[in-house]
Write a protein that binds this ligand. Structure first.
Ligand SMILES: CC(C)(COP(=O)(O)OP(=O)(O)OC[C@H]1O[C@@H](n2cnc3c(N)ncnc32)[C@H](O)[C@@H]1OP(=O)(O)O)[C@@H](O)C(=O)NCCC(=O)NCCS
Length: 202
């Protein structure tokens, strides 16, 4: 488990596979997380995806994923390295908060800082990258404030609600990473967490 200020990154639970995945793959978060997909998906299809992923792991799939859980125990999404190239020591990230009420509250930033620290300090990667779409300004702000740089724009790369939208790629090299603690300070995450959990106790 990786312990943050607003969230912890923890192993997946049975509830995740049986309830959360189905909910998140059928709500608006899917469109943002997948750059435009929004077809309904059945429980049987979700079960097949889970099975395929398990088979991938048996065959040596290199990804590492965590469930995102708030400090007061609410499961809100997932984050991870979708795949890792251990030859070049590069990791490709993805994050998905499936609970709309938790968007824009700093949870994704706290989770991303934990994951980046894990990737550089524990997995000894030297480069991280991720993709999002031009419409997803929340994700862009999220990754930019954590130190990722815009590296590429693929024009009209994805179809979202019938419109062509550009895809953006972001990257960060290990030498550009100021460290989690420095970013926690710079972004005022400790204060944000104190406010968030204090207001709940009132
Ligand atoms: C992308 C995601 C992981 C970010 O996590 P988050 O907890 O919502 O992000 P944070 O609150 O830490 O940061 C988002 C920033 O964008 C800002 N923001 C939110 N909505 C915005 C909008 N419509 N326009 C501009 N900025 C916006 C927030 O104010 C915040 O910036 P600030 O801290 O400077 O105020 C999360 O929103 C999510 O999973 N969304 C659905 C799926 C998705 O988009 N996945 C990512 C695919 S690449």
């Amino acid at each position: 488990m990786l312990s943050g200020l607003l969230v912890d990154l923890v192993p997946f639970t049975r509830e995740w596979y049986q309830e959360k995945m189905h909910a998140y793959w059928n709500n608006e978060s899917r469109l943002w997380a997948t750059m435009g997909e929004c077809m309904p998906i059945s429980r049987a299809s979700i079960a097949r995806i889970v099975e395929e992923r398990a088979r991938g792991r048996e065959r040596g799939y290199s990804g590492v994923h965590f469930m995102m859980r708030t400090k007061d125990g609410v499961t809100i999404g997932s984050i991870g390295l979708n795949w890792v190239d251990y030859h070049s020591r590069c990791g490709y990230l993805g994050a998905w908060i499936g609970e709309e009420d938790y968007w824009g509250g700093g949870y994704g930033t706290d989770a991303l800082l934990l994951l980046v620290e894990y990737a550089f300090d524990w997995l000894d990667l030297r480069r991280l990258a991720l993709g999002t779409m031009a419409l997803n300004v929340r994700a862009q702000r999220n990754v930019e404030k954590c130190g990722f740089r815009l590296e590429g724009r693929e024009r009209q790369a994805t179809l979202v609600n019938g419109e062509w939208v550009d895809a953006l790629t972001y990257g960060m090299l290990r030498e550009e990473w100021p460290g989690r603690e420095a970013l926690v300070e710079r972004l005022g995450l400790r204060e944000k967490a104190a406010r968030r959990y204090a207001s709940q106790e009132e």
